[in-house]
Ligand binder design. Structure first.
Ligand code: PGA
Length: 263
């Protein structure tokens, strides 16, 4: 199920609360010079700027014909309403956003997002014609207690609640061990592969073998140019969700170009 048919890798830049709209335009243009069009024939790239940058990034991508997909870092599940400070999936879709990160561990821990809320966002993103990138991951305590697989399975099952097998087939999951995010500590390629393989088995149980074979599973957590190729070579790892190293095109481009970096 895992190794035979390779899925197209997706390398995503999660800028978090960094880069204003001027800086965003500069970074996207710089990245477009550093990533060749041939590279983009076999790798998908998505850029997830802060909400206030999205319109500017959309304009530069479309007017310059740059082949990166536009992404968002979050959304609200309702179409509209009295939700001060929130942004709906319809609003994002109107800006040609393609991928929306849902359930990032920072949103779960700092902003108290529940599994049910994450699942509602997943369904809303799909209903608006976009693709969710569903984040799951364990704490260091959970890893040390050998509870990683149970933890991420529960998160994924909850996030997929109410989504059809056909929809799930097109989703993206990001396995992001919380202890590896922004810490410089990266999961070993073997450990990351084992968890991603387990997540694929969870998808198979929920949505069947064809959804499991096509869903893409990224690894995230201190991905850098020097570890990207090794991670991406593993059969169940279909890309990377990159935070810190995505903020500068000089450090992000070699991750996108991981095949040439691997020689
Ligand atoms: P990092 O962040 O690459 O800085 O560890 C990854 C993420 O939080 O998505």
């Amino acid at each position: 199920m895992s190794g035979e048919q390779r899925r197209r890798p997706l390398i995503s830049a999660n800028w978090k609360m960094h880069l204003n709209h001027f800086e965003a335009i500069q970074q996207v243009q710089k990245l477009s010079y550093l990533v060749s069009t041939e590279e983009l024939e076999s790798v998908d790239v998505s850029i997830h700027p802060p909400f206030v940058d999205i319109r500017s990034v959309q304009t530069v991508l479309e007017s310059d014909g740059i082949g990166f997909a536009l992404g968002a870092q979050n959304c609200h599940p309702e179409a509209s309403g009295a939700f001060t400070g929130e942004v709906s999936t319809q609003m994002l879709a109107k800006l040609h956003v393609h991928y929306v990160i849902v359930g990032h561990s920072e949103r779960r821990t700092l902003f108290g997002e529940s599994d049910d809320f994450v699942a509602a966002k997943v369904r809303a993103v799909h209903a608006a014609g976009m693709t969710p990138i569903i984040c799951v991951g364990e704490t260091l305590d959970e890893r040390e207690a050998d509870a990683t697989e149970a933890r991420v399975a529960r998160q994924l099952e909850a996030a997929l609640d109410g989504s059809s097998p056909d929809a799930i087939a097109g989703f993206v999951v990001a396995y992001e061990p919380i202890w590896a995010i922004g810490t410089g500590r990266v999961a070993s390629a073997d450990d990351a592969q084992a968890v991603c393989h387990h997540l694929r088995a969870v998808v198979e149980e929920i949505a069947g073998s064809s959804a499991a074979a096509s869903i893409r599973i990224q690894y995230g957590g201190s991905v850098k140019a020097d570890n990207a190729a090794e991670l991406m070579a593993r059969p169940d790892i279909d890309g990377a969700l990159v935070g810190g190293a995505s903020l500068d095109a000089d450090t992000f481009a070699p991750i996108v170009n991981f095949r040439s970096a691997a020689g």
